[in-house]
Design a protein. Structure first.
Length: 313
């Protein structure tokens, strides 16, 4: 059976399938209403027929093939998929840091053709300026946009407060924990009032507990700000916990397999991780991604490097 046919049969799986996630119109009244409101909002991000190829090792790598989707104003949309499926490439193109080979990206109707303050970005690595204080880091984009020091400080301080770091405004990055650094990075990205916040695995380097806390902080911040979030992750729990919808991608070539409407109610809480809807959504994602995993690369071509006869397993 072709991949497409198999995926189509999964989409119409019976409701007894533990990985069956009905579309929003067949969910509870609260979920139906939430998605109806979401789809009524204007489109902030429109990605149409996006393609990106790289020349590498004498061949061509198709990092993205005909990727199309839209995100509505104040939507939190996650992108998941296996390593190498083009998630970061997609984020970089939307940020204007990379040029597509074909297709287009529009933010609030305007074609993206380079970096612009209407798009903020937070990466996995800590990207704060080590020579600037917390407040100085958050002021950076405002200074670049031409504000005086005083005006930049006045606009930056509420963001420092919003991420709970007012007491650390004069601290330097080396004095902060990983989670605190990423909170500064979020404040810095939001301080210029972007329409779109692009986050590429921003919590991947954090320990599990800090990561869970950051996910909760992000939802708290997002509720209070008029910003659309494109959040790249390969952590399925993180995607289901955060997203309104999840764009599931497959690799080689990087393409969209399915866009899943997350039925888990909002506001999201840790207790939801155990709920049947959460578990079903995660199973559905696992099924889509597992279906994609190349079987022949699961085993490494390892030769035995020891003569010790006592086997470890
Ligand atoms: N500058 C580049 N030159 C050549 N090939 C590239 C370049 N950037 C990305 N690629 C290739 O494009 C594909 C997608 O890469 P990308 O980094 O977007 O994947 P990803 O989904 O973010 O992976 P990960 O989950 O490991 O971060 C990969 O095959 C990668 O090798
Ligand atoms: Mg990546």
């Amino acid at each position: 059976m072709s991949g497409k046919l198999e995926l189509a049969s999964m989409a119409t799986a019976p409701e007894t399938d533990p990985a069956f996630v009905p579309e929003h119109r067949r969910q509870s009244a609260a979920v139906r209403e939430r998605f109806a409101r979401l789809y009524q909002r204007p489109v902030t991000l429109e990605i149409a027929g996006l393609t990106k190829s790289f020349e590498a090792g004498g061949g061509i790598v198709t990092a993205l093939q005909d990727v199309s989707f839209r995100a509505h104003r104040r939507e939190l949309i996650c992108v998941i998929g296996p390593s190498g499926c083009g998630k970061s490439t997609l984020g970089r193109i939307v940020a204007g840091l990379d040029e597509p080979t074909g297709g287009s990206v529009r933010v609030d109707g305007e074609e993206v053709d380079g970096p612009c303050p209407n798009r903020g970005m937070v990466f996995q690595g800590y990207t704060l300026f080590p020579w600037r204080t917390v407040l100085g880091n958050v002021m950076f984009g405002l200074e670049v946009s031409g504000l005086s020091d005083t005006a930049a400080e006045q606009q930056a301080m509420p963001w420092v407060e919003m991420v709970g770091l007012a007491r650390f405004a004069t601290s330097y990055p080396y004095q902060l924990s990983g989670g605190m650094k990423q909170r500064v990075a979020i404040a810095r990205a939001l301080a210029t009032n972007p329409r779109l916040l692009i986050m590429d695995e921003p919590f991947a380097a954090l320990d599990a507990q800090t990561r869970a806390q950051m996910q909760d902080y992000l939802l708290q911040i997002w509720r209070q700000v008029d910003v659309t979030i494109l959040f790249v992750t390969h952590d399925l729990d993180e995607a289901v916990f955060l997203a309104d919808r999840i764009v599931v991608m497959g690799a080689h070539p990087g393409r969209v397999l399915e866009i899943v409407e997350v039925p888990v109610p909002r506001p999201r809480e840790v207790a939801h991780f155990e709920s049947p809807l959460f578990v079903a959504t995660k199973k559905h994602l696992e099924k889509l991604i597992h279906h994609e995993r190349p079987k022949d690369t699961d085993r490494l071509p390892i030769v035995r490097m020891t003569q010790v006869g006592d086997d470890v397993e």
